[in-house]
Design a protein around this ligand. Sequence first.
Ligand SMILES: *Cc1c(COP(=O)(O)O)cnc(C)c1O
Length: 452
Amino acid sequence: MGGTEERVTRRDEAVRAAVEQGLLGAGTPIVGLLDVTGIRESARELRAAFDAVTAPGTPVLHAFAVKATPLVPVLRLLYDEGLGAEVASPGELALARAAGVPPHRTVLDSPAKTPAELREALALGIAVNADNPQELGRIDALMRSAESRSPLGIRVNPQVGGGSIGATSTATATSKFGVALKDEGAREWVVRAYAQRPWLTRLHAHTGSQGIPLSLMAQGVAQVYALAEEINGRLGRRQIDTLDIGGGLPVNFGSDESTPTYAQYARLLSEAVPGLFSGRYGLVTEFGRSLLAKHGTVVARVEYAKSAGGRPVAVTHAGVQVAARTVYVPGSWPLRIAAYDAKGRPKEGPAVVQDVAGPACFAGDLLAEGRALPLLEQGDYAAALDTGAYYFAHHYAYNSLARPGIYGFAPDGSGGVGFATVRAAQTLDEIVAESGGAHATALTTLRAPGRR
Ligand SMILES: *Cc1c(COP(=O)(O)O)cnc(C)c1O
């Protein structure tokens, strides 16, 4: 595993350099930082983990789940490392295309694809996993009217159960995703769907995300493999040639260690589903959080340090707008906080139980409650760690708080840290424009019928 200590050192150096270079300060009190070195390492670890267990020559596409970090330069970086893109909306597809990810390295999954989206995907040759019988009916119509190079499959819900977080458990009995395999008649329907459509060559499941134990993920994959074997066996041909096993490797938010590792998961799969890596099936994976989470940090200035009811409260610029899940469901999504001083150096001192609050105007806007940290003071910085996926790229516009700038960092070649803009901070003009600024008089000039 790419050195944990090195990653921590890189992060600390980047925070200090961000302050020194003026990316972060009184006038720019919040930024997102991305560790380019770490992202490349994770991509390489993913590829190496599967290379180590798959038969030589097996086609494997690791399609990054764009929803985890929907930023064009990140998709480009991962493509540069040999990954593709899994997209689930017209916007995500547009991001993947803007990053230069070609159609044959792109997979479209989503539970609500419109006819226009399906038509575009099939015209481009992007792989599509049909979520349900109605969607398959739409694809039938498109396949009758035009040729397509798109690899096509069906998403199934193996219904193996949920994990510790309901919102990310996709394989429960009543999950909204895919064809619920254990429902009455469903398995027969799936087999018939393949029998009637020689162009259905893939089978897909994503058993869940954060909170799902590895053993349950492996059970989901085992179900998919068994179903593919059953279909191919009953059809007497190897019609299904590729299995898409989804993503979902959980991230350790409790320390700097990256556990579990891709290598552990790949090994577990090779034991639990030995045929999976035999070379008889090409593979697609769709990891998101595990590729990016550890490589992102939100750093926010402490605007004020106060005390209430005897508890110290650091009022920072990072709250619900960059960490919506943590603020609304803190029990499921706790984040580690690191304290830095005004110069961006790791803060020393005895641990003091304190709240780390955000800037939004509701009492629950807390990044961390009752956390023991060196006492944060005015002008210090609080860093929310492991926020590279599903955090700062998932802005929530509460209080019209601006989207922070996001910068990638890497060694500058002469012992320092270099930064590149991944996404510029949102400007006030942009906030106004995105909030109907061009339509200021729209409502006062609208007259209801019958009124003067
Ligand atoms: C969200 C999602 C993923 C990625 O999940 P992670 O937990 O981020 O790895 C992969 N596939 C599908 C279909 C998803 O919905």
